[in-house]
Design a binder for this molecule. Structure first.
Ligand code: ADP
Ligand code: MG
Length: 234
């Protein structure tokens, strides 16, 4: 579905992505793991058209490089940004509807709302509450729900586990896995390599702008170097 080839991004003199190549097949969870500053967020921004990129990014054979962000979103790419940004002064319901603002089939939007409230019963209970009053974990669920309200072909998430307590991390990853089992294609960016590789079908290791390793989630979890550098084992 998504094919990224020889992707480069420069920030002035900083060469943040040095020709990375990876792909995300339809129906799969693919993860990109890497330390702070490796270029993970930059990769997502390049796919969304938020930074200038060289190389090729194709979604179902359509080139995205050079397209404006709103067009890329309309083509079915949705991102949950780092830091679970929700609109704090809007209600849960209003936040979710923001995710569907560009859709005009109201029946489908209603259907998706029902689906999201099934996925996240806690959001249903709090539908009329201001988003800013939710806990961190609930805000992450809301950010995810809002991204799903655009019915994306490809859902991208930037470090969904960041700053969450271990129990909530497990819950968030369970939900991601469940969403995938319902047919959604997911590109998951994480520093939490263990949690990400456990649910991913395939993973890539990003180190200072280059992909240095790739393999199935279980291959990477069992790789000596990954264990040492990314899973903190000796
Ligand atoms: N707006 C920017 N201007 C200049 N350098 C940036 C900018 N954003 C990121 N960088 C640099 O690009 C590299 C990759 O950053 P980033 O993609 O945010 O990494 P990650 O998400 O893996 O932590 C880092 O060296 C970072 O300092
Ligand atoms: Mg980042």
């Amino acid at each position: 579905m998504l094919v990224v080839e020889n992707l480069h991004v420069f920030y002035g003199g900083i060469h943040a992505l040095k020709g990375i190549t990876f792909n995300v097949p339809q129906g799969k969870i693919v993860t990109l793991i890497g330390a702070n500053g490796a270029g993970k967020t930059t990769t997502l921004k390049a796919i969304c058209g938020l930074v200038d990129a060289k190389g090729s990014i194709r979604l179902d054979d359509v080139e995205l490089v050079g397209k404006p962000t709103h067009e890329i979103v309309r083509m079915g790419v949705s991102m949950v940004p780092e830091g679970r940004r929700v609109f704090p002064n809007l209600t849960v319901m209003e936040n979710l509807l923001m995710g569907a603002y560009h859709r005009d089939n109201r029946d489908e939007v209603e259907e998706d709302l029902r689906w999201i409230f099934e996925l996240f019963p806690r959001l249903k209970e709090r539908a009329w509450q201001k988003a800013g009053t939710l806990s961190g974990g609930e805000q992450q669920m809301l950010a995810l729900g809002r991204a799903l309200m655009s019915r994306p072909k490809l859902l991208m998430m930037d470090e969904p586990s960041l700053g969450l307590a271990p129990l909530l991390v497990r819950e968030v990853f369970e939900v991601i896995k469940h969403i995938n089992e319902e047919g959604r294609t997911i590109l998951l960016i994480e520093q939490n390599a263990r949690a990400a590789l456990k649910i991913a079908h395939y993973g890539y290791v990003l180190e200072t702008g280059k992909i240095t390793m790739e393999g199935t989630g279980s291959d990477l979890l069992n790789d000596d170097r990954v264990r040492k550098v990314y899973l903190g084992e000796s």
